[in-house]
Ligand binder design. Structure first.
Ligand code: BG6
Length: 454
């Protein structure tokens, strides 16, 4: 892909930025009812983009981006889940039209963590195949209303997290063994939903591109011991290959299948699924990257039950990388070269174009008068952009770069203290104030970086 097709963009997601809780016919999402510790912001107001849409798009134009990566909120488009909600559809029509009028290509993701709470209550959400049909119905609605103007589409954001985070998907099974089994079943259903969606997309959206957005795993062994090398390979299969191999080739890595079968966790499938999964390949892969992961083999008798579900196994566990600089919110460290390593590997395995859909640094930024100085973020972004340019120069097809996030938003689990934005949003966890927008130093830096690359 030629460099001139490259898009400078920025990224957000609906439940983290929109707010507008219960407004315009929006149904109740899992993210609206989850238990959030006292003192941490929820999604009800978030960054209040629902009421600041024009202002946000004017800020994007001023910034000079040509790609806005956002997500559709399932419950804004489908209300409680079953019926189209015209007011919600109108909100996104406005968003898309404003983007296009300002020279910004809209790049929505269909599923970014939230889903109708009613589905969790009615049929246990993704645990049931009914959810696959509901997702396709929702995707069909989006393609029908927006497919004439929207040409870049993400399917599922970070299936690793989407299938594992119970507060987002409603898997509240108490028995830990059953919970794991359900997680793998839910993930399988998400893959089916993705493939059916791509099948439909080919028939309904002309000249469009669609693909998954993965949580890219750049896995390093903690040491060169064979046990740690094997642990790192296992981690690569369980944290990334199981999702992307499914998205692209329609099959799981053998090590993953074997392990799940031995544990009694292999999902229930139907014979006719195989054909659907094998076909309907995506057009690109979206890359979310914050840092690499260091992995080691387990010590004898080590307890993994407190780790996130995807680390709860006997095959690998989290190690520590002493070579990386760590910060309060970037506890795995900062590793720009990891972006290059990971994307190179993904290209070699799947040979598909790639777009960086998320990449950013979290910090508890402070407002200083009417300014925010965030040189640490500028440094992080510059170093990662350099790695992107290195990939492009070497001939890898990278068609865009979107920092996470365009503006401060509710972090997935840590509220408003953990900020990623190029634009400061004046609110705290406990006081939503007016959600005033104040471009940070990194905003002005990114604007210049875009200008100078033209
Ligand atoms: C990605 C998600 O996992 O990382 C985003 O796609 C999320 O939704 C981002 O916000 C940063 O993670 P966190 O937990 O710091 O918000």
């Amino acid at each position: 892909m030629e460099k001139k097709l490259f898009h400078w963009g920025a990224s957000t997601s609906a439940f983290q930025v929109e707010g507008g809780y219960g407004e315009g016919g929006k149904g109740v999402a899992t993210t609206d009812v989850r238990n959030i510790p006292v003192g941490i912001a929820d999604s009800k107001v978030a960054s209040d983009q629902y009421h600041h849409l024009k202002e946000d798009i004017a800020l994007m134009k001023e910034l000079g981006i040509t790609l806005y990566r956002f997500s559709f909120n399932w419950t804004r488009i489908m209300g409680e889940g079953y019926e189209e909600n015209q007011a919600g559809i109108e909100f996104y029509n406005q968003l898309i039209d404003l983007c296009l009028e300002n020279g910004i290509t809209p790049f929505p993701t269909l599923y970014h963590f939230e889903m109708p709470q009613k589905f969790v209550e009615d049929f246990a959400g993704w645990q049931s195949r009914t959810c696959v049909d509901m997702f396709v119905k929702y995707a069909e609605t989006c393609f029908r209303y927006f497919g004439d103007r929207v040409k870049y589409w993400g399917t599922i954001n970070e299936q690793l997290i989407a299938s594992a985070a119970s507060d987002l998907n409603g898997n509240h099974e108490a028995n830990s063994d059953q919970k794991m089994k359900k997680m793998y079943q839910m993930s399988y259903h998400m893959s089916l939903a993705e493939k059916k969606t791509i099948e439909l997309f080919r028939k309904t959206v002309e000249n469009g591109m669609i693909g998954p957005v993965c949580s890219m795993q750049v896995v390093y062994p903690e040491s060169p011991s064979p046990a740690n090398i094997l642990a790192a390979r296992n981690a690569q299969d369980f944290l990334q290959n199981c999702f992307l191999d499914m998205s692209v080739f329609g099959r799981y890595p053998t090590s993953y299948s074997n392990y799940l079968k031995n544990k009694g966790w292999y999902p229930e499938t139907k014979e006719e699924d195989a054909e659907l999964l094998k076909n309907n390949r995506p057009d690109f892969i979206g890359i979310n990257y914050y840092c690499s992961t260091c992995i080691r083999a387990l010590d004898e008798g080590e307890d993994t039950s407190k780790l996130p579900p995807f680390y709860r196994n006997e095959l690998f566990t989290l190690g520590d990388n002493p070579y990386l600089t760590k910060t309060e919110w970037m506890e795995f460290g900062i590793d720009p070269e990891g972006l290059y390593i990971g994307m190179r590997d993904i290209y070699e395995r799947y040979e598909l174009p790639m777009v960086v859909a998320e990449n950013g640094l979290a910090y508890s930024d402070k407002l200083d008068g009417e300014k925010v100085f965030d040189p640490y973020r500028i440094d992080y972004l510059e170093q990662h952009i350099n790695q992107c340019e290195r990939l492009i120069e070497e001939g890898y097809p990278v068609f865009g770069y979107c920092p996470w996030s365009l503006l401060d938003l509710v972090s997935s689990h840590q509220g408003f203290k953990k900020r990623y934005g190029l634009i400061y949003v004046d609110r705290t966890d406990e006081d939503v104030k007016e959600c005033r927008r104040i471009p940070k130093e990194s905003y002005f830096w990114y604007k210049e970086r875009i200008q100078s690359s033209k």
